[in-house]
Design a protein around this ligand. Structure first.
Ligand SMILES: Cc1ncc(COP(=O)(O)O)c(C=O)c1O
Length: 378
């Protein structure tokens, strides 16, 4: 008699004794917010990346908002960015009543194409917002040549390394990380903004806390601010995850290597597309593995493939959809298909497979088998 096999989940956080111990310590201390774990997590995170400062925030989206404000983005400005990203990177620009101006992506790295970005710059452009998509480092050298302030969306890129050996997030520009539960490091919800500039750090810290400067009591707030604080409970979780970050990143890299081996035949025989290898943009670049996204062969229907995988107990999702073609962006800005052909082609063929540290050999085999059945012509 056949038994129902368990689903292969899309993502699964790795939590253990250290997380439990550090979170319990905070519970027992009674200081659940604005306590010592916040600076401890910030300092440990900055040290890990090799950058001077880090500010913990309540989400990656909140971090993007504050980083754009710190870069001086304001009403009526334009920010050049990638349409192939999670919607938050473009939404954060709108929070400041500025306009996200999209430019097409590189077909190999899937990051914002520097030449297309340069062509999109106008007299109203006040910043560039590259996204290190799927953990692959964006070409910061090229964006720096544009001579505009840069805010990096590194929400998917913890552990990624640039060609010159610096960690993504340690280049000095405000760089924003996300700690949602599917990320390399999780605090449940949360984020971090890194910067080399002490004035930016001071501004981030004040604006995440209702506009209160460090030396002010509860009675005065000297600027507009928000509640974008990260709690001590979340920071304790972050400290525990940071302790095991090498293990978490290695677990993801091992899962990616297992997929590459298991899918090699499908790549050769059916032209399945895999994430680019390290060094695809420039030698020395390294991905911080976040998701494993394949591109169904041209001419196959991606949604049919997704339905077939799900029917075989393999969780997966169409990831990522093009931002400019989302209904809100179409209606607000009049975007239409055909504007960014590389992004649109990639977005229409992308499928994110189950991916997390500890994905077993058996699970990889099941996914590969299901994908083969879904993709090979019958
Ligand atoms: C590229 C990118 N930008 C921004 C975000 C937003 O982060 P959060 O969900 O923590 O607000 C995410 C997270 O999903 C992301 O993947």
């Amino acid at each position: 008699m056949s038994t129902t096999r368990e689903e292969v989940p899309l993502a699964r956080p790795v939590l253990g004794d250290t997380e439990e111990r550090l979170v319990l310590e905070v519970l027992r201390s009674g200081q659940l917010s604005l306590g010592p774990r916040v600076p401890a997590f910030e300092e440990a995170f900055a040290a890990r990346l090799g950058v001077a400062h880090a500010s913990a925030v309540s989400s990656g989206t909140a971090g993007l908002h504050l980083a754009l404000r710190a870069a001086g983005v304001t009403d009526g400005d334009e920010v050049v960015t990638s349409p192939f990203s999670f919607v938050a990177s473009a939404n954060a620009v709108l929070f400041e009543r500025a306009r996200p101006v999209f430019a097409d992506i590189d077909p190999v790295t899937l990051n914002l194409d520097p030449a297309a970005a340069a062509a999109a710059v106008t007299g109203r452009t006040t910043a560039v917002l590259p996204v290190h998509i799927f953990g692959y480092p964006a070409d910061l050298d090229a964006f720096e040549h544009l001579g505009l302030p840069i805010v990096e969306d590194a929400c998917e890129a913890l552990g990624a390394v640039h060609a010159d050996g610096t960690a993504v997030g340690a280049r000095g520009h405000p760089a924003v990380f996300g700690f949602y539960a599917n990320k390399q490091l999780t605090t449940g919800e949360g984020g971090m903004v890194t910067t080399s500039d002490p004035a930016v750090k001071e501004r981030l810290d004040a604006e995440r806390n209702q506009g209160r400067a460090r030396d002010m009591g509860w009675l005065d707030h000297d600027r507009l601010g928000f509640n974008y604080r990260l709690s001590d409970l979340a920071c304790a979780l972050g400290l525990a995850q940071l302790e095991r970050l090498d293990e978490l990143l290695a677990g993801r890299a091992a899962a990616a290597a297992a997929y590459r081996a298991a899918l090699a035949d499908l790549v050769r025989e059916e032209d399945l597309g895999l994430p680019c290898e390290d060094g695809a943009g420039a030698p020395g670049e390294r991905r911080g593995w976040f998701v494993f996204v394949v591109q169904v062969p041209a001419g196959r229907d991606r949604d049919t493939v997704i339905r077939a995988l799900r029917a075989r107990g393999v969780q997966c999702k169409p990831y990522l959809p093009a931002i400019h073609l989302m209904s809100f962006y179409r209606e607000a800005f009049g975007h239409r298909p055909g504007e960014f052909p590389v992004c649109e082609d990639v977005a229409a063929r992308s499928v994110a497979l189950p991916f997390f540290p500890g994905l077993s050999e058996g699970q990889v085999e099941r996914v590969a088998e299901a994908l083969g059945e879904a993709v090979r012509p019958s």
